[in-house]
Design a protein around this ligand. Sequence first.
Ligand code: GLP
Length: 242
Amino acid sequence: MNLIEVRDYEEMSQIAADYLVKQVRKNPASVLGLATGGTPQKMYELLIADHKKNKTNYNTITTFNLDEYMGLKPTDPTSYRYYMDQNLFNHINVQEKNINLPSGLAANVEEECKKYEVRIQEKGGIDLQILGIGSNGHIGFNEPRTAFSSRTHVVNLTASTREANARFFDSIKEVPTQAITMGIATIMESKEILLLVSGEEKADAMKRLFSQEEPNEQFPASILKNHPHVTIVADKKALKGV
Ligand code: GLP
C-alpha cells in the first residue's frame, strides 16, 4: 500500500481528482469504479471544474458504482444513483449506457447481483476503483465479517453504518436496512485501487489498517494489504494515530 499523506480534505480531493483525470486521459476507455458518501464529494466537484476548463472527455468511459440502497428509486434524492447524477454524471459527458449501479429495486435480487458481476467482467474488469472507508473498516457496504471471497451481494447494514449515513436522510428511520454492494473479491479484482480517507472519525480505522494486523474478515479494509496496486490518500486528521 502506497500512502500519500496530505494536509486536509481539500488536498486529498485535488490529488484524487488529478489521479482520476490522468487515468481517463491515459485510457479514454477506462472502466472506473466509483464511490459515494461524503469523502469523494469534493473530488467530483473538482472533476466537474476540470471538465469545464480542460474538456477532459468521459464519452468512452464506463462506470460501476460500489453499492446502492435496497428499495430506493434512482430518482429518490437519497439513492446513490441520484447522488451520482447530482454530484457528477449530470455535469460531464459520460454516456447513460455506460453508467452502472446495482438496482435496489430488482425483483430478483440474486439475479441482479449476478448480472452486475457479469457486466463488470464483460467490460474487462475495473481499471481504477475509488474507495472510501467506514469507521468500522467497511469498504463498499461490506461490513465486518463479510467473507473475503464475496461477490456482489445483499447486505444488512449495521446500526453504526446506518447512523453514520443518517445525515443524508431526514431521520434514521428512513435509512434503508439493506443494500447491494460489490463483494470484497469483486473490489480486489480491480486493477488499481485509490482509497480516500479524511477526518478524525477515520483515525481508528487508519491506525488499524497500518498496524501489523494480518488481513482478516473482522476488519474488511485489511484485505487491501494483499492488493498489488493500492494508493491511499489520507489527511493528517485521519492519520493522527498512525
Ligand atoms: C458508506 C458507503 C461507502 C463509503 C463509506 C464512508 O456507507 N457505502 O462506500 O465509502 O460508507 O462514507 P463517508 O465517505 O461518507 O465517510
